[in-house]
Structures are given as C-alpha cells and as structure tokens.
Design a protein around this ligand. Structure first.
Ligand code: COA
Ligand code: AMP
Ligand code: ZN
Length: 433
C-alpha cells in the first residue's frame, strides 16, 4: 500500500541508487556548511569543496566532528544558515560545563517530523492510533520529536510527558491509548505502577510500544512485550542528528533500519578511526544529508554497534544496525537522561566540605532506576543537622546539573573502595543494564 509515509521509491531504493542520492545530498550539505564559521576554515584548510565528492567513499576526506566541537562553539558557532532561519533550539543538560546546542530551521523540523512519522508507519502505526508520549517535553527531543511526528501521521497524540505515572495510567484507560513511546526502563516501571493500581497493562488497548533512548537487551524487550501484551520496537534517536527517528526496527524486529537517505553511516574502530570489517562492532559515525541549520559531518556518536548482514524480508534496503552494545566513552544514560561523571565531579568539587573521592551507584529500586552518590567528607563531624543540609544542597545542585534527583550519602574518609589503587567512579547494578 502506498502512502505519504511509506515511500517504496526511497525505502526500497537499490543500494547503488541510494549511494547516488547520498552523493548528491552530501555535495549540497558541504556547500551549505561552507557558510559555517566552524566548517568553512576546516574545509578550506583541507581543500574540500562539493566537487571533491564523487562517491560515498570520499566521505573519508572530511574531518570528524565531536561533542567537544559543539561545546567549544557554544551556542551558535556551527550554524550554517543565518540565525533568523533558526526556529528551534534543543540543548543538552549542563550548567557548569557548556551544554551542546542543536539548531533547527523550519525545513529541519518538517523533515524530522516526516522521518519519525515514516518510522511510526513502518511499525504499523496509522492515523487511527492514539499515541501517548512519556518523554520529557522541553529540551529533550523525545518530547517534541514524537509529538510532531504523531501529529504528522494524523494520529491522536497524548503529550503527557515524563513522570506522573498515575496520570499516564488514567489517560491510557480513558483515551484508549494504542501506542506508547517510552524508554525501556520506564516501560517496566509504568507496568509495575499499573499493576499496583489493579490494572494489567495487557488489558489495555496498547498494541505497540516505541522503546529507545537507552540500551536494552533482547531479553528486556521480550519482558516488556510480555508485560504489555504488545509489540515493542527499538528506536534510535540522537539530538545532534535531529532526535528520535534516525533508525527504527521494522515489523521483522531484526535490527534498526537507519534512514540512509538522511545519513551516511560509518562504523569505525574508535581508536584508529578506520572502518571495521563489515559486521564487526565499532563506533557509529554519522553525517547528516538533509539538515540545513546545523549539518554535521562524520559526527562521533560514541555508540557501539554493528551492521547486520543480509537483506531484510520487509524489502527495505536501508542498512540495519544491531542493538547498541555500549559506548566508547563514559556517558551514562539514567532515566533517559545523558550524564557524564565529570558533570557530577564538577558539582562536588564546589563544596569545600567534601574530599575528592566519590562513587556513583546506579540501581533499580521498586522498578525505578535510581542514582546514589556516596561522597567522602573532608573532615569528620557529628553535626547531623549540618550534614543533612549539606546533602540536600548537593542533591539540589546536582539536579540542576544532571536533570534528575540523585540520593546523596556523605561518608567518612577512606570508605569509598579503591580498585588497583584507582578510584572506581561508577557501579551499574540496574536490572536491565
Ligand atoms: N520517562 C518518564 N517518566 C519517568 C522516567 C522516564 N525515563 N523515569 C522515571 N520516570 C517517572 C518516575 O516513575 C516518577 O513517576 P511518578 O510520578 O509516578 O512517581 C517520576 O518520573 C519522577 O521520577 P523520580 O525518579 O522521582 O524523579 P527524578 O527527579 O530523579 O527524575 C525525570 C526526573 C524522570 C522527570 C527526568 O529524569 C526526566 O525528565 N526523564 C525523561 C528523559 C527523557 O524524556 N529522555 C528522552 C527520551 S527520548
Ligand atoms: P539524546 O541526544 O539525548 O537523544 O541521546 C542520544 C543517545 O541515547 C545515543 O547516542 C545513545 O547512546 C542513546 N540511545 C538512543 N536511542 C537508543 C537505542 N535505541 N538504544 C540504545 N541507546 C540509545
Ligand atoms: Zn525490515
């Protein structure tokens, strides 16, 4: 069946033709980026012009882009269009460090909504569906990204947002929600809250879950499908690329098709930055082909994955990525929020009452993922009121920085365990990780 959201010409385009399209779009994107004060001098130095690109392999001539580049050029240094063309800004957390900023033109927003709507159609959602979103609105792209796509698809959308599980439950029942967008750990948490309140998620109208934003195993997917009596599809999104809608599993559930009309996809050895042999694990590196306000070339995602071999029975030709196996840096994803230990360290360092050793423990308590931060005091004290105030203050400052509330425990000197003389900074005991 043909539809605005199922375009066989693009989705089943033979490889050679897809490459031709990528070359055309890459040339245009380079031309656009020659307006960026970040890329223009780099391209000049490397002698790069659109004419240098004859085949997709010529991508190797282009420089890499990193999150640090985004931070160093905060806030608008990577714009490739005049700022009056920018209609939306998304940004990562981080007030002590510089956050990363992503700029969108109206064309970028439209293209993002179209591609996420295509992803929804690909997993069987239609304009008759009722799609409820549990992601944070505001700066998290999982909020507005899913919202615009659900509306574009013509579905009924429920922008309930993060938290407030009882309200989610009420909406699911009262509005007859048929599809839920949530991170995998919240799918289990919400199911538990529903059961506690006498509702079996299997008895609702929900037939589809879109799950993503954090790594999860096949076993966790099966558990979620079992809990909800619904299909759960893995969806990959990344703010720097637009947000949700970069890659999604089709109904075969055998890896995520990455939309190659929008991205050139490389999987590289994170140390040598050379291509890994096809099918081997490496770091995903992406180049945008359809974004104008802030195109990115060879962006190092730090996500570890592999290409899956063989054609997909669904007929789509866009390559499939295996579920992510971890990261090539120390970023943690907790409750759908990306956090670097250094953000926490920087906040702790602002307190003269604290020594330098700390331990972050991630654990699942009553189906909710939690973060415990144990930190050593510089000097022993038995002033409990002062200690309580101190831990409250640290927790509040950390919430501003990392956007979730950690439990802070102040401990005496020498309590944090050391391993081989080196401090262990993060212990991940979460059920699904
Ligand atoms: N998505 C939606 N709700 C979540 C969640 C998630 N990833 N993780 C936890 N929650 C719920 C909790 O179950 C709790 O619900 P309740 O009101 O029924 O008790 C509520 O959010 C608050 O959680 P809590 O752990 O007490 O608060 P916190 O201050 O540590 O975390 C969140 C605050 C959850 C709001 C914040 O971490 C957040 O906005 N996460 C969502 C991030 C997101 O949308 N990412 C993009 C995905 S594409
Ligand atoms: P953000 O920019 O906040 O959307 O976060 C992007 C990061 O979330 C990615 O780089 C991944 O590490 C992670 N992520 C997003 N989708 C998935 C997924 N389906 N599986 C595993 N990790 C994911
Ligand atoms: Zn497929």
């Amino acid at each position: 069946m043909n539809s605005q959201f199922w375009d066989p010409e693009i989705e089943t385009m033979p490889g050679k033709q897809l490459e031709k399209l990528q070359v055309e779009r890459l040339k245009k994107t380079i031309e656009l980026a020659m307006n960026s004060s970040f890329y223009a001098p780099k391209f000049k130095e490397l002698g790069i012009t659109p004419d240098c690109i004859k085949t997709v392999d010529d991508i190797h001539r282009l420089p890499f882009t990193t999150k640090q580049d985004l931070r160093d050029n905060y806030p608008f240094g990577l714009a490739s269009v005049p700022l009056e063309k920018v209609v939306r800004v998304h940004s990562s957390s981080g007030t002590t460090g510089k956050p990363t900023v992503i700029l969108h033109s109206q064309k970028d927003i439209d293209q993002w909504a179209d591609t996420m709507a295509r992803s929804m159609y690909c997993i069987g959602l239609r304009n008759t569906d009722v799609i409820q979103n549990t992601s944070g609105y505001g700066m998290f792209t999982g909020g507005l990204g899913i919202q615009y796509a659900a509306e574009r698809l013509g579905a009924m959308s429920i922008p309930a947002g993060a938290g407030n599980s009882l309200r989610h439950l009420k909406f699911i029942e009262d509005f007859g929600t048929t599809a839920l967008h949530c991170i995998p750990s919240y799918a289990t948490r919400l199911a538990a809250v529903m059961k506690e309140n006498g509702v079996d998620p299997r008895d609702t109208k929900i037939h589809t879950l879109i799950i993503g934003a954090e790594p999860h195993s096949e076993a966790q997917r099966k558990r979620i499908e079992e809990l909800w009596g619904a299909k759960a599809y893995n969806n990959f999104g990344m703010s720097e690329m637009c947000g949700p809608g970069v890659a999604i599993e089709c109904q075969e559930q055998n890896g995520m098709h990455i939309w190659e009309d929008n991205y050139i996809v490389e999987i590289l050895n994170p140390d040598t930055l050379e291509n890994v042999p096809d099918g081997e694990l490496g770091e995903l590196v992406l180049t945008t082909l359809n974004r104008e306000a802030m195109p990115l070339f060879r962006y190092r995602t730090h996500d570890l994955t592999r290409f899956l071999p063989s054609d997909c029975p669904c007929g789509r030709t866009h390559k499939r990525l295996d579920r992510f196996q971890g990261r090539s840096d120390d970023m943690m994803i907790v409750k759908g929020v990306n956090i670097y230990p250094i953000q926490i360290e920087k906040v702790l360092m602002q307190y003269p009452e604290l020594a330098s050793d700390y331990l972050i423990t991630l654990e699942t308590i009553e189906d909710n993922d939690e973060m415990l931060i144990e930190v050593e005091l510089a000097n022993a004290t038995d002033d409990f009121a002062a200690l309580q105030n101190l831990s409250k203050s640290i927790s509040r400052r950390l919430k501003d920085e990392i956007l979730l509330t950690p439990n802070v425990k102040l401990v005496g000197k020498g309590v944090i365990p050391q391993s081989d003389g080196k401090a262990v900074r993060v212990k991940d005991l979460r059920h699904n990780h």
